[in-house]
Design a protein. Structure first.
Length: 148
C-alpha cells in the first residue's frame, strides 16, 4: 500500500469515527459525496459492524458499492449482508431499517446502477474496478421503516 493509499485509508477511518461519535451531526457528506453508515450483523461473530459508505439513491432504494478501493478481496461487510440481509442505515442523524440485496455484474440492472454510483463518486469506481480482477458487487438496500 503506497503512502497515498495509506493516507486515504486513514482519512476514511477518521471520517467514520467522526460520523459515529457525533451521531451523524457531522459526516453525512465526505468531500461533497453523500455517505451513510451501514450497520450489519457479523456473519461469524454476530456482532454489529459499522461501515461508512458512499451511496446513491435509486427510487426508494439506497445503493452502495463493495469496492474496498479495488482490493483483491471484497469488504467484510459484503459477507455480512449476504449472511444476514437485515441492516440499518444511518443518514446523518436518521436511522432506518432495510433489507440488503447483493447485485453481481451481469445481473439485470447492474450496468445502470454501476453508471449511477460511478457518476456520483466522480468515476472512482471505474478506477477501482480496473485495479482488481474480481467483479465488484453492488448492494441495494430497500427501506423497511420510514426514513423520517
Amino acid at each position: 500500500m503506497g503512502l497515498s493509499e495509506s493516507f486515504q485509508l486513514s482519512l476514511l477511518k477518521l471520517h467514520q469515527a467522526v460520523y459515529e461519535r457525533t451521531d451523524g451531526r457531522l459526516g453525512h457528506r465526505l468531500l461533497g459525496v453523500p455517505t451513510l453508515l451501514l450497520r450489519s450483523t457479523g456473519a461469524r461473530s454476530g456482532q454489529t459492524r459499522v461501515n461508512a459508505l458512499v451511496y446513491v439513491k435509486d427510487g426508494e432504494d439506497f445503493v452502495v458499492v463493495a469496492s474496498k478501493g479495488g482490493a483483491p478481496s471484497p469488504p467484510g461487510w459484503l459477507f455480512n449482508v449476504r449472511a444476514q440481509p437485515a441492516v440499518e442505515l444511518q443518514l446523518g442523524r436518521r436511522r432506518i431499517g432495510g433489507v440488503a440485496r447483493v447485485l453481481e455484474r451481469g445481473e439485470e440492472g447492474y450496468d445502470r446502477l454501476w453508471r449511477l454510483v460511478n457518476e456520483n463518486n466522480n468515476g472512482r469506481y471505474d478506477a477501482y474496478q480496473a485495479k482488481t480482477q474480481r467483479p465488484i458487487a453492488l448492494v441495494t438496500v430497500t427501506p423497511t421503516t420510514p426514513a423520517g
